[in-house]
Design a protein around this ligand. Structure first.
Ligand code: TYD
Ligand code: MG
Length: 458
């Protein structure tokens, strides 16, 4: 019998070592090394390559001689997903979808399987039984022309056998952590298993030009479980996020070899599956009848799509010694910086105040163009003066209180105009090359934070 070969793997980052280590030299975590058998020594177990019988020999080619293929994109039947992928599905691409349990990853994928037209889809599930999937499928509105097959299997070798017979045009794997390959002896979900199964599926995808979706679990701090190299191996990494208690879900691209990263898709989870939300600003702006202080609207950009988002601030006298600062949907450090600017440059006494900040709709905003809107909301709450709901903001604020330019200002202005806003505050520096006459909305340009407040509150 051939000798078995094993190594120690850091379960946190995937670092490989020949001997056990207390502390991982790569990610500095303690006590994360676990022994895993990496090679059972049996070379004759078929992988995707030898099962298909052909082994292609690659030769170097001159760049000019390589035929440029126009990348063909197929629609997934889901416009939000198409956009997040960069305009549709590319043949042979491997897409990893991560997200918290119960957020709707399986629903999203099954919905895709049941709605894509003219493609044979194989949905491989290692998590649920055929009956459970059928029950879910009955809730979802399906395309009558769908050609969807379900396979409940966890061994990659068996999956490849079925794939060879069925010849699907799209493969979905739910989830990568439940698969195991007989080339590796460690348990499903361990670093070496996840890596090997992904590598086998990757090889299959590239050789047959079949797109493969992988569902991945995430760890308690939100990273995709398994080694970080998993994210390097695949072409696209999508994150499905949202608050389970809210109906809105956000699909975000974190990495995309075939499109823009940070593209965003929005869904609403309903009793009959996920519904695409094509006009997000409508849901992100709460309908209010009366004017309240502490609420402003920022014109942000997520990926290529402009979105008007409501920011809410509450400033109150700190009842206990240390003032509390908390932000939902926005970086707390950045909020503290903005508060320091307000204190130092504008003389607002905020150091003894509790400040709470909330971005509506459970959305996380990273676009710095929301800065001005946040500062205006804080001051509006602090002074208890409302800001008209017809005003919105799009500018970054620097440490000296200067109002800085943001990218794609025209797109933001047109979105605000389309949604019926009457006034938008932007930076002076954004004026260059901007055709102001094109817009009906009043464009107010400012260069210092003090100017904004004197214009708003007189
Ligand atoms: P699921 O896809 O199982 O999540 P994941 O695979 O990410 O763990 O989603 C399950 C949740 O979605 C569950 O709480 C029920 C809800 N749901 C609906 O609200 N409507 C539906 O039509 C379906 C299928 C699920
Ligand atoms: Mg699931």
């Amino acid at each position: 019998m051939a000798k078995t070969k094993s190594a120690y793997f850091c379960q946190s980052c995937g670092y490989e070592s020949a001997k056990w280590l207390g502390k991982c030299p790569s990610c500095n975590e303690w006590n994360t090394f676990v022994e895993e058998v990496i090679d059972k020594g049996s070379a004759n177990i078929p992988t995707w390559k030898s099962a298909s019988g052909t082994q292609r020999l690659s030769k170097p080619s001159k760049v000019e001689e390589i035929q440029s293929a126009t990348e063909e994109r197929t629609s997934t039947g889901d416009l939000e997903l198409d956009r997040v992928l960069g305009g549709g599905l590319i043949a042979g691409s491997v897409i990893l979808i991560g997200g918290e349990p119960g957020i709707g990853k399986s629903t999203l994928m099954l919905q895709l399987a049941l709605n894509v037209t003219g493609k044979k889809v194989l949905y491989v599930s290692g998590e649920e039984s055929e009956q459970q999937i059928k029950m879910r499928a009955e809730r979802i509105t399906a395309n009558p022309k769908a050609d969807c097959y379900i396979l409940t299997e966890t061994s990659t070798q068996n999956i490849f056998k079925q794939i060879e017979q069925l010849e699907p045009e799209i493969v979905i794997v739910d989830s990568i952590q439940t698969l195991h390959s007989s080339h590796i002896e460690s348990t499903p979900g361990s670093v070496s298993q996840v890596r090997e199964c992904t590598a086998e599926l990757l090889r299959f995808a590239k050789e047959t030009n079949t797109p493969v979706f992988l569902i991945g679990h995430i760890t308690k701090d939100g990273a995709i479980a398994g080694p970080k190299i998993l994210e390097h191996m695949v072409d696209t990494v999508l994150q499905f996020e949202g608050d389970r208690h809210h109906i809105y879900r956000i699909l975000r691209s974190i990495k995309n070899r075939f499109g823009a990263a940070s593209e965003l898709g929005i869904y609403a989870m309903q009793s009959n599956g996920l519904r695409e939300v094509s006009n997000p600003s409508e849901i992100l702006l709460s309908q209010r009848d009366e004017e309240l202080s502490g609420i402003t609207i920022g014109a942000t950009l997520e990926g290529a799509r402009p979105m008007l988002i409501e920011t809410q601030a509450l400033v109150s006298i700190a009842a206990y010694g240390t003032p509390q600062r908390s932000a939902t949907g926005f970086d707390t450090k950045r909020m503290n910086m903005l508060l320091a600017v307000l204190e130092k440059r504008c003389g607002f006494r905020l150091s003894a105040k509790d400040v709470f900040l909330n971005i509506a709709g459970g959305i996380k905003v990273e676009d710095p163009a929301i800065d001005l809107s946040i500062m205006a909301a804080i001051i509006s709450s602090h002074e208890d003066i409302f800001i008209s709901s017809k005003i919105c903001f799009a500018a970054e604020v620097g440490l000296s209180g200067e109002i800085r330019a943001v990218n794609r200002i025209e797109q933001r202005i047109s979105e605000a105009e389309k949604l019926g806003f009457e006034k938008i505050f932007i930076s002076n520096y954004n004026l260059k090359g901007l055709n102001k006459d094109k817009f009906k909305i009043q464009i107010v340009t400012v260069s210092k934070i003090e100017e904004v407040f004197s214009l708003l509150f007189g």
